[in-house]
Write a protein that binds this ligand. Structure first.
Ligand code: PHB
Length: 384
């Protein structure tokens, strides 16, 4: 009798403790390119997520936060498989996504499973339209490109050739630059597209040199800038008389010092610079370097603020992990990031943020993207 009773109690305890323990943990599946040509993006975001948790702890609204990092090596089929496995394992949130094709491969899985999907890096405008479960913590290409086109038109640049990586964010950058630059009276005389993987810029740079526009506007994703810089110097392009302007993806803080003095004076536009002169950013750069041994780049703030969104949403829902409740809680969130003030646009689930014009300068023997002008609270212009 007593034995049966004890056995029943034990069984009840197991039944009670099982789901309770599971519900007390919020599991985040973080899918990143940790190897391959885009590994710097993975390293930056992973480092930022670790920094966030070191600073803010691993408990929110009574829930324990567990991050599961998976390496997709930048291959969409792998991202899709990993996302499906994580969903089958009942993760509460999917996050990461270092490139547009990786985010696109995962969007239907997030929709079907009703799991929030935090896009920390991929920056093609249309990504957030692919699933109501997507919230973006990074940026969009049209958002950062339009201020560059505006600046060029107002600074005596009349003819421009665009040169972009031939996939989503490159096409976005090309279109956004053309639209704004022509609206401001400039002329895009040619639009060149270079393959994303193993790019050979030499023939394109030669074409630009031959055509002699006032400037070449470049978009290449983080990780490709050093290949570009090498071929840029080899072609003697620095002496071509054609100015180089770009989005800040080119002068990525992670690789800027390795790209070398050829970048001195290059003007770019971006939502984040490691040189951003705020107290919040100084603390961020210091903390990031101490923990990870490298300088943070713009993708890192996508990772850091992506974690912030998850923490803020959980606080708002009081620990409720229902996917739609979390996404709704993220809509309209406002916060002070190392990049400056950010609002999550409730209509598009994209960040509204400052875009800065910057110039590469040398300070204390290191190269920095030094901000000289701020365009406040920029929305993705594709979503107006
Ligand atoms: C993208 O694939 O969307 C992407 C990746 C890296 C960047 C920008 C855009 O720097």
């Amino acid at each position: 009798m007593l034995k049966t009773w004890l056995a029943r109690c034990a069984l009840l305890l197991v039944v009670a403790a099982g789901p309770a323990a599971a519900q007390d943990t919020v599991r985040i599946g973080l899918i990143l390119p940790m190897t391959g040509p885009f590994a710097s993006t993975g390293r930056q975001i992973d480092g930022a997520v670790k920094l966030w948790m070191q600073e803010h702890g691993s408990t929110v609204a009574g829930k324990k936060i567990e991050v599961i990092v998976k390496d997709d090596a930048g291959t969409p089929d792998t991202t899709r498989r990993l996302a499906q496995e994580l969903v089958n394992d009942k993760v509460n949130v999917l996050a990461g996504f270092g490139l547009t094709p990786l985010a696109l491969a995962t969007a239907p899985i997030a929709t079907q499973a009703k799991v929030p999907m935090i896009v920390m890096a991929a920056a093609t405008s249309s990504i957030t339209e692919q699933s109501p479960m997507i919230v973006r913590s990074g940026f969009t290409l049209p958002q950062i490109t339009t201020p560059m086109a505006d600046w060029a038109a107002k600074n005596n640049i009349k003819k421009v050739i665009t040169l972009v990586s031939d996939y989503g964010p490159g096409i976005d950058a090309e279109n956004a630059f053309k639209a704004k630059f022509s609206a401001e009276g400039g002329q895009v005389t040619d639009s060149l597209r270079v393959p994303l993987r193993n790019p050979d810029f030499a023939p394109f740079l030669q074409k630009v040199k031959d055509e002699q526009p006032n400037a070449v506007f470049v978009f290449v994703p983080s990780g490709v800038g050093s290949i570009f810089a090498k071929q840029f110097v080899e072609r003697g392009f620095d002496k071509s008389g054609v100015r180089l302007i770009a989005t800040g993806d080119l002068t990525d803080d992670d690789i800027l010092n390795d790209m070398g003095d050829v970048t001195l004076g290059v003007i770019t536009s971006m939502h984040y610079s490691a040189a951003h002169p705020s107290a919040a950013n100084k603390a961020y750069v210091e903390g990031f370097k101490k923990l990870n041994g490298i300088r943070p780049n713009f993708h890192s703030v996508g990772g850091y603020d992506g974690m912030r969104l998850i923490y803020m949403a959980l606080e708002k829902t009081k620990g409720n992990t229902d996917g739609e409740a979390l996404v709704n809680a993220m809509k309209g969130l406002q916060f002070e990031s190392p990049r400056g003030p950010v609002t999550i646009d409730p209509a598009t689930r994209d960040p509204i943020q400052n875009v800065y014009l910057r110039k590469v300068e040398k300070q204390n023997g290191e190269l920095w993207n030094v901000e000289f002008s701020t365009v406040p609270a920029v929305k993705d212009p594709m979503h107006k």
